[in-house]
Ligand binder design. Structure first.
Ligand SMILES: O=C(O)COP(=O)(O)O
Ligand SMILES: [Mg+2]
Length: 243
């Protein structure tokens, strides 16, 4: 009996890869900073702080402005930041050019799609809904959904498991992302990674050492062809236990 090869899976980072979210993140962070009597940060500086989740964004934003966390601690600041951000996560944000068309063609070509982001689950889903991106994805692995997050490879494995269940161990999967966090997560999960060079990264994407670097999301299908054809043995082997 002929066995059909398992469909490949593309895991997509959200901020800086699928959607340009930094303007709404900047508005929310600056409102938090202002409430705490601190000055505001220009968007170009916030770009360098995105990619490691909300808590790290808030922590670095406060540190950049010389703000002490105060008696209520970082977790209260993060909670307030999320309250502000979740009220308006998709006002200035936009999907990058070519994202919808490319996701459409990848689906048509047989790719299964998931989102693996350090942004918490609720605003991630709200943003994907706002831009009608949700129907493309079989699972969204937000930054607070699992016990671990990128750069831990377990975040990628856990998202793959949402998509494929027990078949995840044998998945042919690739990550597309924009930052060192994504590169490290993919390496830790033993998955190939395509990096976009238009996102949020302090080190230029071309210097990070991904398996491919693209300057437009529309260039992704061609990059994936090379990777999947050349590297089918780059497979995740172990899925960490869920809590
Ligand atoms: O919220 C963040 O810090 C980054 O999210 P990302 O993983 O989608 O880039
Ligand atoms: Mg990102």
């Amino acid at each position: 009996m002929e066995t059909r090869p398992m469909a490949p899976v593309l895991l997509c980072d959200l901020d800086g890869t699928l959607v340009d979210t930094v303007a709404d993140l900047t508005v929310a962070l600056n409102r938090l900073l202002t409430e705490r009597g601190l000055g505001t940060l220009p968007q170009r500086r916030v770009r360098g702080l995105v990619g490691r989740g909300a808590a790290r964004l808030v922590e670095s934003g406060l540190a950049e402005m010389g703000g002490a966390v105060g008696p209520d601690g970082l977790s209260a600041c993060v909670a307030r930041f999320l309250e502000i951000y979740e009220a308006a996560p998709a006002v200035h944000s936009r999907p990058y050019p070519g994202v919808i068309e490319t996701l459409t063609s990848l689906r048509a070509a047989g790719w299964r799609l998931g989102v693996c982001t350090n942004k918490p689950q609720a605003p991630s889903e709200a943003i994907l809904d706002a831009f009608e991106l949700s129907p493309f994805f079989e699972a969204v692995g937000g930054g607070d959904r699992f016990p671990v997050r990128k750069p831990d490879g377990g975040h990628l494995h856990a998202t793959l498991e949402l998509i494929m269940g027990g078949d995840a161990k044998a998945a042919r999967a690739v990550l597309v992302g924009d930052s060192r966090t994504d590169l490290d997560a993919a390496r830790n999960a033993r998955l190939p990674v395509v990096l976009v060079d238009y996102g949020y990264t302090d080190v230029p994407a071309a210097e990070l050492g991904g398996d491919a670097v693209i300057s437009s999301f529309a260039a992704l299908p061609e990059a994936l062809e090379g990777i999947v054809a050349d590297g089918p043995s780059t497979l995740p082997r172990t899925i960490p236990p869920m809590q």
